[in-house]
Design a protein around this ligand. Structure first.
Ligand code: B12
Ligand code: SF4
Length: 502
């Protein structure tokens, strides 16, 4: 009998009364590789709900203040396994009956991963539990303490290592030689050397979205994310991405991206896509070829992407528009040139202004990310950032609290300035809406809370005004999208989206 693997993205937004539609793409890539080899796989995003919850994902900025307000509720849910969300985790594991449970672990979700593993162990004492993802890669020790139910961690890109691991289990062998594997051995941990990053991107599979649990009941928006490259050459001090993908951009061959788009159109009725590359157009020539191909094949799609200001020039933006681009997200982060230098953003305010102006010229919606609370950041720096946001006047402006994640230069800097403890055991407050972050030493604790609330209010007001105006101006377009994507079949999702405006 084929071994069954259940991949889970443990609940995190759900613990804050929100949901995320984004599927665990890493698990879907791995599941595609395993399926090809005869394994039975199911991928479950426990952060998606069919109930009408507000939708919090990259595109939703109005929920930021709400997440901060719900901090205590989040902590309570995290620590009480009798709550309905954990009962749901138990039920899904009971129904799917996996031999192997694969868990995606971010820094914020360590406790949620440990809870999910404990539940899986209760349901089936024999099952094998393996974790991967950004936090598991940098700090496997947090998941492999003596009382944890987790058996193994696989560091880095998981496709090849997980295949190797599963084949060994199938053959009744000992997986301890799998590259990137970390496991307990007596009092300590053994950590095998990682394999190189997937250099041959042509060998990467199309993510197996059909293996999502109840794929036929999910709205088209769940199927939107695709990738045209892995890896980002920039060195922003707060970013963890390089731990998984390295710094060398690796483009996915154009034919594979096109094949994936066609498949998603045909099988899941997707007409709008989100290209989630860390930095879209890192490899300009590859991107231009992809754009030309989308036009040549008359794919008739719309799409969004995320990139850096200096990557955009007029020829590229024109080609993006022609190929159906409707929305671009840019990591602006700050309006203060001093902070921009400190965080090694590697570009200037002028680069960002130029990019935003270009996108507006071609009527492409601009979403922007900002961060506050870096070490030494002063009131004046913050005022410069707010002024810059207003000057750019984007369609969406995300207000984030700068968060030092493990393995980043930002964490080292914070520790060197005594702004972060040397040892951290509870990672549950390490996220961009957490009132425990905002570590600059320029304010008293009360001033910080006041400032965070004020900033979130300014950004929320900006976003709601823009979204309401847009809804009025482009009502017929939204009706068309609802009809085309058959969103009327998912009223809970639509209500969740509309709740963002309240
Ligand atoms: C899209 C995205 C989101 C989406 C969806 C997240 C989701 N649920 O999947 C949204 C917007 C909801 C989101 C939210 C957040 N995100 Co985010 N996000 C991303 C982004 C841009 C792409 C994720 C992706 O699909 N990657 C592509 C896949 C193929 O890569 P992957 O997931 O890493 O998978 C590979 C390996 O990790 C491994 N692997 C993954 N899962 C598993 C499981 C097993 C069993 C095994 C063996 C291996 C394995 O193999 C995979 C294939 O090679 C990444 C940046 C990035 N480059 O990944 C940031 C990133 C993951 N996010 C990050 C952060 C900080 C957050 C937030 C904390 C932000 C916040 N609110 O404060 C939240 C946390 C949400 C949560 N659930 O805990 C950080 C994570 C840092 C960290 N140390 O954890 C990243 C790396 C960004 C960065 N530049 O630093 N995010
Ligand atoms: S541009 Fe984005 S992905 Fe690249 S290093 Fe900076 S934050 Fe990370």
């Amino acid at each position: 009998m084929a071994l069954k693997v259940l991949f889970i993205n443990p609940p995190w937004y759900r613990l804050q009364g929100l949901m995320s539609t984004y599927p665990p793409m890493g698990s879907l890539y791995i599941a595609a590789v395993l399926e090809r080899d005869g394994f039975d796989c199911c991928v479950w995003n426990a952060d998606y709900s069919s109930k009408p919850l507000k939708v919090s994902e990259g595109s939703s900025a109005t929920t930021t203040a709400e997440m901060t307000r719900k901090f205590q509720e989040y902590k309570d849910l995290l620590n009480d396994l009798n709550k309905p969300v954990w009962q749901e985790v138990r039920t899904v594991i009971q129904e799917e009956k996996p031999d192997v449970v694969g868990l995606l672990c971010y820094t914020t979700s360590v406790q949620s991963v440990l809870n999910t593993a404990a539940i899986a162990r209760q349901v089936n004492p024999e099952c094998i539990i393996v974790c991967g993802g950004p936090h598991a890669t940098v700090r496997p020790e947090d998941l492999l303490s003596d009382n944890s139910a987790v058996n193994y961690v696989i560091r880095g890109e998981g496709e090849t290592a997980m295949l190797h691991f599963m084949r060994t289990l199938r053959d009744g062998g000992d997986p301890s030689g799998v590259p990137g594997l970390v496991f307990r051995n007596g009092a300590g941990l053994v950590s095998n050397e990682r394999a190189e990053c997937y250099e041959d991107t042509a060998a990467l599979p199309v993510p197996a979205k059909h293996l999502l649990r109840h794929a036929d009941r999910l709205p088209a928006v769940v199927f939107q994310p695709i990738f045209s490259s892995r890896g980002c050459p920039a060195k922003c001090i707060y970013c963890s991405s390089f731990h998984i993908f390295g710094r060398k951009p690796r483009a996915v061959p154009v034919e594979i991206v096109i094949e994936e788009i066609e498949l998603l159109k045909k099988n899941f009725n997707v007409h709008h896509f989100f290209i989630c590359d860390d930095t879209f157009a890192s490899e300009r020539e590859h991107t231009m070829t992809l754009l030309r191909e989308i036009v040549r094949r008359r794919l008739n799609i719309t799409w969004g992407c995320q990139t850096r200001g200096e990557k955009l020039d007029e020829d590229l933006v024109r080609a993006m528009k022609k190929a159906g681009c409707t929305q671009v997200s840019i990591g602006v982060e700050t309006g203060s040139p001093r902070i921009r230098k400190l965080i090694k953003k590697g570009n200037t305010n002028e680069d960002v202004e130029r990019a935003v102006a270009l996108l507006k010229k071609y009527r492409i919606e601009v979403a922007t990310f900002f961060m506050f609370g870096f070490p030494t950041e002063t009131r004046e720096d913050i005022e410069q950032t707010v002024a810059f946001m207003k000057k750019l006047d984007p369609y969406v402006a995300h207000c984030n609290i700068a968060t030092p994640d493990p393995g980043t230069e930002f964490m080292e800097m914070a520790r060197a300035q005594n702004l972060m403890p040397a040892t951290i055991t509870d990672w549950s407050m390490h996220y961009h809406q957490s009132p425990d972050m905002f570590i600059t030493d320029q304010f008293t604790p009360d001033e910080k809370l006041e400032l965070i609330a004020k900033l979130q209010k300014v950004f929320d007001a900006h976003n709601k005004r823009k979204a309401r105006l847009d809804l009025i101006k482009r009502a017929p377009l939204y009706v068309r999208i609802i009809m085309k994507e058959k969103l009327y079949r998912h009223p809970a999702y639509l209500i969740g989206k509309l709740r963002d405006l309240t």
